[in-house]
Write a protein that binds this ligand. Structure first.
Ligand code: SF4
Length: 58
């Protein structure tokens, strides 16, 4: 399950740029998971790149 803690998201857009098949920016400018069962390797890559570490993959 791929999740974003939206409270901590600073809206940099990195995850959605890297993997738009998994993440999208919502109307509040926060990242939203569009495929919570998406590719875990891709999600881990985005999680590692997230500047505030709010993406979790389990
Ligand atoms: S990389 Fe992190 S801070 Fe940036 S939009 Fe994605 S979840 Fe938010």
């Amino acid at each position: 399950m791929i999740k974003v803690d939206q409270e901590g998201c600073i809206g940099c857009g990195l995850c959605a740029n890297m993997h738009p098949e998994i993440f999208a920016m919502n109307a509040d400018g926060k990242s939203e998971v569009v495929d919570e069962n998406g590719d875990h390797e891709a999600a881990q890559e985005a999680a590692a790149a997230c500047p505030v570490n709010v993406i979790s993959v389990e």
